[in-house]
Design a protein around this ligand. Structure first.
Ligand SMILES: [Ca+2]
Ligand SMILES: [Ca+2]
Length: 141
């Protein structure tokens, strides 16, 4: 806790406390000169209209002349989720549409079934049950 307070003092409060502020607006004149090229803006002003005052931009070390974009994590998560669902759906549809290697596997299955001593009718029945159509099956019987 002490280290955090020390770091807070060193990096946040000290630069603010010891900043040169000739116009008394709470903003370090050097920072104002670097960012605005003038000392006319106040600490409460928000020239970039991002809802963050110059003083807070100074404390956060953000650009007071560029709108800080907040990252919309919910939007990103929704887009990523939709993309994942679309990709998975596409893969599922593709896997169903893809022509199966039926010819080779059917030929192999028929010879395997024959080698196991199955009769032609049994092979036919088994292959029909596996989703092959009779026309295909008859080519290899
Ligand atoms: Ca100042
Ligand atoms: Ca601002």
């Amino acid at each position: 806790m002490r280290k955090i307070l020390l770091l807070l003092f060193l990096f946040v409060l000290m630069p603010v406390i010891f900043a040169e502020d000739t116009d008394g607006d709470g903003l370090d004149d050097g920072w104002e000169a670097r960012n605005f090229k003038t000392l006319t803006y106040s600490g409460n002003a928000d020239p970039d209209n991002d809802g963050i005052s110059n003083f807070n931009e100074y404390i956060q070390d953000s650009d007071p002349m560029a709108e800080e974009k907040e990252i919309n994590w919910i939007g990103i998560m929704i887009v990523v989720s939709v993309a994942v669902v679309l990709i998975l759906s596409g893969l599922i549809i593709l896997s169903r549409l893809q022509p199966q290697k039926k010819k080779d596997s059917l030929k192999d299955m028929v010879s395997s079934m024959r080698s196991r001593g199955m009769k032609q009718d049994q092979i036919k029945q088994e292959l029909v049950r596996s989703g092959y159509n009779l026309q295909e099956i008859n080519k290899y019987l």
